[in-house]
Design a protein around this ligand. Structure first.
Ligand SMILES: C[S@@+](CC[C@H](N)C(=O)[O-])C[C@H]1O[C@@H](n2cnc3c(N)ncnc32)[C@H](O)[C@@H]1O
Length: 303
């Protein structure tokens, strides 16, 4: 099924209050969500988190405080690099930073949905107190992150691995790859959930077995529990912390496929090694496989 040919129908389903992911899963008879379905579903929802946060900031900030309490003991002393994978509209990313005992020097967020990154940029523009921190928000996929190995001291997720059930090991490996010191997963944990929550997680195709799969990959899980406070009782936030203990090597944005450095131009990024270019739309770098353009003659073009 070519989902891009039924976007009008999907828009109507969303306007009528329907669940897009459920609809897309059902028409293909799948029990897991594809990355394309996740992208379509979240892109249509763009703006909803931003307005929900503005209505009840305290409801969202209490979990941020609880997340920061866990992260604070692991933050490096000197200027560090931080990344939120599946950053969405930035409604965790920006409000979390003031709770951290030290601001990162460089903070990046990426998400599969362009419209949500746009919302995140808008949301971030309204935040004060983040001066001196370099920030970068881009379109990117958690299975092929646009960063080199060990780019970030700290990588974290907040309910972003959640809909990618069935592909836990690949996602863990990719997030671990870009992490140098600690990977914090603030995700629903099936094994620690009630029967009611477990049923819901199965129904929605959520991740399961994160700890088992992380340990099978040889990772050191140093914390595993339910967060002391979360937004919804139907979807409690768990905490899984993986320690890597490596050295950080920040190299900037990279080609998500070759993981090699890119050169920035006004309208795109070009990777000399892979010969692939990636567009910027509305100033947002679009760095997922779907956005790659083969440009073997890039350097011969006359501008
Ligand atoms: C429940 S929202 C959470 C957003 C944000 N982390 C927060 O706490 O507000 C899940 C987000 O993860 C993103 N996401 C899910 N799977 C992804 C993937 N494979 N790569 C990148 N982003 C992904 C979705 O687009 C969505 O914005």
């Amino acid at each position: 099924m070519d989902k891009y040919k039924i976007l009008g129908r999907i828009a109507n389903i969303y306007a009528d209050g329907g669940n897009i992911l459920e609809y897309l899963r059902d028409i293909e008879g799948h029990d897991h969500n594809s990355i394309e379905d996740i992208m379509i579903s979240y892109d249509f929802q763009a703006g909803s988190y931003n307005s929900a946060y503005k209505k009840t900031p305290d409801k969202f900030n209490s979990p941020h405080e609880a997340m920061a309490e866990i992260m604070n003991g692991c933050l490096p002393e000197n200027g560090y690099t931080l990344c939120e994978a599946g950053v969405g509209e930035g409604t965790s990313f920006f409000p979390l930073i003031p709770y951290l005992r030290k601001k990162p020097a460089i903070a990046c967020g990426f998400d599969i949905s362009w419209s949500r990154i746009l919302e995140a940029m808008r949301f971030g523009n309204e935040f004060t107190g983040l001066e001196g921190m370099s920030r970068q928000l881009v379109v990117g996929d958690m299975f092929e992150a646009p960063f080199a190995d060990n780019s970030f001291d700290i990588v974290y997720t907040s309910h972003a691995m959640e809909p990618n059930g069935g592909k836990e090991a690949q996602m863990l490996a990719e997030l671990y790859r870009i992490t140098s010191k600690y990977l914090f997963l603030f995700e629903p944990i099936y094994e620690l959930a009630s029967e009611e929550v477990q049923k819901r997680m199965i129904h929605h195709g959520y991740v399961r077995g994160l700890k088992r799969q992380a340990e099978a990959l040889g990772y050191s899980v140093v914390r595993y529990e339910i967060l002391r406070c979360f937004v919804s009782d139907l979807n409690p936030t768990g905490v899984l912390v993986i320690e890597k203990g490596g050295t950080t090597e920040w190299q900037g944005l990279c080609d998500p496929l070759s993981k090699k450095r890119m050169t920035e131009y006004d309208d795109c990024y070009f990777c000399k090694d892979s010969m692939l270019s990636y567009p910027k739309i509305g100033g947002i770098p679009c760095l997922s496989r779907q956005n790659a353009v083969l440009t073997t003659k890039f350097e011969t073009q006359k501008v």
